[in-house]
Each structure stands twice: as C-alpha cells, then as structure tokens.
Design a protein around this ligand. Structure first.
Ligand code: PRP
Length: 193
C-alpha cells in the first residue's frame, strides 16, 4: 500500500476566518447553501439522466457556485466559461459584449447556463439570445439567487436556489469592489456601501 503523501491538518491549527467589517448579517450560511446546492445537483442530474451536460459558468461571480454544483452532478459534464461586459447603466438597452467566449461549439449539446444572481435579467437575456442561435439541443438556466423584484427582462429560470430581496450581498461569489467572493456564506453589507 502506498503511503499517504498528504497529512491531514490537525483541527487545532485551523484559523478562524476574520469577518469583513462591511458585513452586516449572514442571510445564508454555509450549511444552508451547500444543502441547497446538493438538492439542485440532484434535480439537474435527474432531469438530464442519460445525457451529457455542458455547464456554462458566467464569469466572474458564478464560479464558486458552479464548482460546487458541478461536483454534485452525477452526469458526464463538460465545463465552459463565458464573460461579458456589464451592460450600460441605461439598463433598458441591455447592451453587452462578450469578453471571453466559449471554446466549445455547443451545437447539438445540452447546455446549462449557471449564474450566481439574477437581478434585471438583462445579462441572461443577452446570453440566452446569443447562445440560442448556436443551436444547442437545449438551453436552461440555473441561478443560485434570484431577485425577481428587480426584473426588467422576462427570462425562464429552470433551477433557482433562493429568492432574495434587493439588499447588497457579498460572499459565495458575490463581491464588493472585487473582494469577498471567497466567503463560504452570503451576507448583507452595512450601509453606506
Ligand atoms: C452580476 C451577476 C450577474 C449579473 C446579474 O454580475 O453575477 O452576472 O450581475 O445582473 P442582471 O440580472 O441585472 O443582469 P456583475 O456584473 O456584478 O459581475 P461579476 O459576476 O463579475 O461580479
């Protein structure tokens, strides 16, 4: 038998994570998020049973959720990433451009677009239109968080983790000035942001 090359870290050396000073309250703790992600993974696995799935992570915020979701899928999975510029602050236009496109030709593939949070829906509205013309066999959306009260574009979200209200959120992929994406929970921010 081979020796184990990686020593487990003794529990007493674990360092507790300093909480960000901007944090107000944790609204979704790590256990709650992980439990819901596993449920979503089971549901997706059931729905796509016998098929290969192409998971498209929308950068940047969705990368944490996508990693956990993918590991809970019991399917053959391909992973792809797409990055788009934020639409202009005149949101009715929804105008964006692709900064990093898919590497794969998705024609004939079952595609699951993974998003961390849906607000106006303009990002997904643009992406669904853009990816649909590439003729995927199917195209569905999985979003961890949904804020329906902010919606401007009607988009069909097949899988939703949690509905949330329109507070400023950080953690589990969501950032404040680029920071705090690594927090394992989701929290509200203190005002002023
Ligand atoms: C956030 C989020 C979604 C988008 C949702 O991205 O990750 O992609 O906003 O908003 P919408 O429904 O109003 O279009 P953000 O632009 O903050 O970039 P990030 O993912 O790099 O943090």
């Amino acid at each position: 038998m081979r020796d184990c090359l990686i020593e487990p870290v003794p529990e007493k050396t674990a360092v507790s994570r300093p909480l960000p000073p901007e944090l107000d309250a944790v609204i979704l703790d790590e256990k709650t998020i992980q439990r819901r992600v596993r449920q979503l993974g089971s549901q997706v696995s059931r729905d796509y049973r016998g098929q290969e799935l192409t998971v498209v992570c929308i950068l940047t915020g969705a990368f944490v959720f996508t990693c956990d979701l993918m590991r809970s899928l019991r399917l053959p999975v391909l992973s792809e990433f797409i990055s788009i510029s934020r639409y202009s602050r005149r949101p009715t236009t929804g105008a964006v451009k692709i900064l990093k496109d898919l590497q794969l030709d998705i024609s004939g593939r079952h595609v699951l677009l993974v998003e961390d949070i849906v607000d106006t829906g303009l990002t997904l509205n643009y992406l669904v239109r853009n990816l649909s013309v590439r003729n995927p066999a199917s195209l569905n959306i999985c979003a961890l968080l949904d804020r329906p009260e902010l919606r401007l574009a009607d988009i069909p979200i097949r899988y939703t983790g949690f509905n949330v209200t329109s507070q400023f959120l950080i953690g589990y992929g969501l950032d404040f000035q680029g920071k705090y994406r690594n927090l394992p929970f989701i929290a509200t921010m203190k005002r002023p942001y």
